[in-house]
Structure formats: structure tokens, C-alpha cells
Design a protein around this ligand. Structure first.
Ligand SMILES: [Fe+2]
Ligand SMILES: [Fe+2]
Length: 401
């Protein structure tokens, strides 16, 4: 029997993990799909980027046999209703039965779900009864719902775990310790990627810009591997953090970050085709500056980003096209993106702290200088020469201290 457990998982915590484990054994499931929602229909707060939430679920369940993390709802643009997800899954996996997991708190609110009668015809609802909860009372609620919706509802037991995602986020926002609240791997992830850090970036974004970013993330999802999605999210986050320090629009910087490597996983010939289109359309820069094969993903991503956003923004296109090398006449957005790509939190190197410190304290040119030097050293270690554009760009910053 297959189970489905959906949620925002923002973040994934030990209460989720306990529910999963007890559902597997208590209900005798052979497999369980854990599905982070893409865009929840009832949203009372902003959800964190899907790449982060998906990764936390992946890390928090990777050692559990029979548990699969599904991106089915994330990769579909628009609001996600459980009813539609269930119909799709049953068809795709040719399932007769599907067990939908939930906490006992859902029982009194079933009426507020989307098409509850239809949903409960399609699934068997399985409700967790937490230790310390009044089992008779839950059973009574369940019996009432069974009668009302003509559907079977099962109960399974799990220990009482006093954890909530909102409390964990609050703890993180006040720099508190979350050990014992999330799986260790999730804690390590949060420590590195800082998805809940309030830093004047994402948290200061206008609501409409945030919704646009979430929408773009869903549409960019199929183009990227999970590792690349995390990088994109991290660069978006860091670019958003730097933007207001330099008078730049936060939403635009975040979009540039999210889309900067959009073409990087495409086959080489497709990248070449897109990069050629960039120059045919009069895109800024010289095609001869693409000295190494790897550099074509910049202009290629730029063309694809314009396609995906559906609006032309020449400054953003230039920034994306030359994010790898920088170029001799950089605009501020280009500098922010170049830096964010190299020093965002997904890059764990300690020596980047100095460049971060410069960038975060208003010294953008000095940060560019140090960052280009760092790039030159990294290339030298691999026996490679810097790109001509990088050397020309460096001239502009060479006088910085
Ligand atoms: Fe790149
Ligand atoms: Fe990148």
C-alpha cells in the first residue's frame, strides 16, 4: 500500500519524521511519497523557496526505507490542491488505493478543504493520534467524518512530540539552538544555507516580487538538477541581500540570481544555439569573449531567462550573460550577480568571508577586486588562464584597497 504525506515542511523536523516512521509501521505501508507543496492554496505566511524545502525533506528522510520524496507539486506551476495531486498520482502510478496521512488536527477542518467529498472518495485518510491526545475523542471525530463523507478513516499512533515548524523558525530568527528539533543533516543544511535568516534580502521583498520568484522557481525547476537548484536559490538569496545595500531592486536581483545558470544543464548544442541567439539579438558583449566552452551557459541562460520571465530587461540579460567572467563595463546588478555566484552561502569556503565582509559593508568595488583575484588563483591552481573579460574587468578595480 502506498501513502502520501504532503506539507510545506518549512522546515522538515523530527515531528514529521516520527509521523512518517509510525505511519509506515502502523499502517503497513510499503512506500510513502513525501511531497513538499509547491504553492499551498491556504497560505498564511510566505513559504521558503521550494529547493530548500525539498532538500530538507530529502536530507531528513534519506535513510528511511520505502520513503520517496516527490517534487510532483513543485514542478507544476500554480496552486496545488491535494485532490488534483491525488488523482494524478493514482493515474500515474496505477494505484487503486492511496492512504493520505494527516495530523488529527485536520479532522474538524475537513470541510474547509478543496472538494472534501471527492477527495475522501479517492483516498483513505489516515490520522496520527499523538501520545497524550484523547484517542476516544479523535475516534469520535473520525467516526463523524466517516459518516459525513462516506469514507474510511484510519488512525495510527505516534509519540507526543512537541514541535512545530513555526516555533523552529522563531527559534532560528532569534539565533536560538535547534538541536533536537530537526534531523542532524537538516540542521547542518540550515546552518550552511541560512534559509531563515532575516537579512534585509528576501524578507524585505515586496509580496508581488516574492510570488513572482516562487512562480519562476517552479518554472525553472525542470531545467535544473537539485544541486543546481540549490545553487540558484542560494545565489538569489545572496543577490537579494546585497541589492538594497547598493540601491538595487531586491526582486530583480533575486530573479537574476535564480535564473543565472538556467541553461547550464542543457545539452551543449542547445546551449550553443541559445548563445548564438543572444548575439543575433544584439546582446551586449563580444562572442569572442566566450573563450572557454563553459562560458556559453551565460548568454544561453540569459536568452532562456527572458523567455521564462516573459519580459525583456536588458540590464538583467547582461548581468546573466556575463556572470561567470564579469566584463569591462559592469553595471551594479552585474557586479552583485557576479559576486553572489561566487560567495553565496552554498560556497562553504572560509576564505570567502573576507569578500562577503567587503560586499556586505558597502565596498562593492573592493569586493569585486578580491573576488576576481580569488577566481584567478582558483584558475591558476587548475592550470588555466583567466578570461580576457575578467582581466579587463580587473583593471577597473585594481586601484581598490
Ligand atoms: Fe554560471
Ligand atoms: Fe552559478
Amino acid at each position: 500500500m502506498t501513502g502520501l504525506f504532503g506539507g510545506t515542511f518549512d522546515p522538515f523536523h523530527l515531528g514529521h519524521r516520527a509521523l512518517i516512521r509510525h505511519a509506515m509501521t502502523g499502517l503497513g505501508l510499503d512506500r510513502l511519497l513525501v511531497m513538499p507543496v509547491g504553492r499551498p492554496p491556504h497560505k498564511s505566511r510566505r513559504t521558503t523557496l521550494a529547493a530548500y524545502r525539498f532538500e530538507m525533506v530529502r536530507l531528513g528522510t534519506e535513510d528511511l526505507e520505502g520513503v520517496l520524496v516527490s517534487d510532483d507539486e513543485i514542478r507544476r506551476p500554480g496552486l496545488d490542491y491535494t485532490y488534483h495531486t491525488v488523482l494524478r498520482l493514482k493515474e500515474e502510478l496505477a494505484l487503486d488505493q492511496l492512504v493520505l496521512l494527516a495530523g488529527s488536527d485536520v479532522l474538524p477542518q475537513l470541510g474547509s478543504w478543496h472538494r472534501p467529498e471527492d477527495l475522501l472518495t479517492e483516498v483513505t485518510l489516515a490520522v496520527a493520534v499523538r501520545g497524550g491526545e484523547d484517542r476516544d475523542e479523535v475516534a469520535e471525530h473520525a467516526a463523524r467524518a466517516e459518516a459525513r463523507y462516506q469514507s474510511e478513516i484510519r488512525l495510527f499512533d505516534m509519540p507526543a512530540i512537541d514541535l512545530s515548524a513555526s516555533r523552529i523558525r522563531e527559534t532560528l530568527e532569534s539565533d536560538g539552538d535547534i538541536s533536537g528539533m530537526c534531523p542532524d543533516r537538516v540542521i547542518d543544511f540550515i546552518r550552511q544555507y541560512r534559509p531563515y535568516q532575516a537579512d534585509g534580502g528576501f524578507d524585505a521583498m515586496k509580496e508581488s516580487d516574492w510570488q513572482t520568484l516562487l512562480d519562476l522557481e517552479e518554472r525553472a525547476w525542470p531545467y535544473l538538477t537539485q544541486a543546481r537548484r540549490l545553487h540558484a536559490a542560494s545565489v538569489a538569496q545572496y543577490a537579494a541581500r546585497l541589492a538594497p545595500l547598493y540601491g538595487q531592486d531586491i526582486g530583480r536581483a533575486a530573479r537574476a540570481g535564480l535564473l543565472h545558470d538556467l541553461a547550464k544543464e542543457l545539452p551543449r548544442d542547445r546551449q550553443e544555439e541559445l548563445a548564438a541567439r543572444y548575439f543575433e539579438q544584439g546582446g551586449f558583449g563580444d562572442p569572442l569573449a566566450l573563450q572557454s566552452e563553459d562560458l556559453i551557459h551565460g548568454p544561453a541562460s540569459s536568452v532562456l531567462a527572458t523567455e521564462l520571465t516573459g519580459s525583456k530587461d536588458p540590464g538583467l540579460e547582461r548581468a546573466v550573460a556575463w556572470h561567470s567572467t564579469a566584463h569591462p563595463v559592469m553595471e551594479t546588478l552585474g557586479e552583485i550577480l557576479f559576486l553572489a555566484d561566487k560567495i553565496a552561502y552554498d560556497r562553504p569556503f572560509g576564505r570567502l568571508e573576507e569578500i562577503r565582509h567587503l560586499a556586505e559593508s558597502g565596498r562593492l568595488a573592493a569586493a569585486m577586486k578580491r573576488c576576481l583575484e580569488e577566481v584567478f588563483e582558483a584558475l591558476a591552481r587548475q592550470g588555466k588562464e583567466p578570461a580576457e573579460y575578467s582581466l579587463q574587468a580587473y583593471e577597473n578595480y585594481a586601484g581598490e584597497e
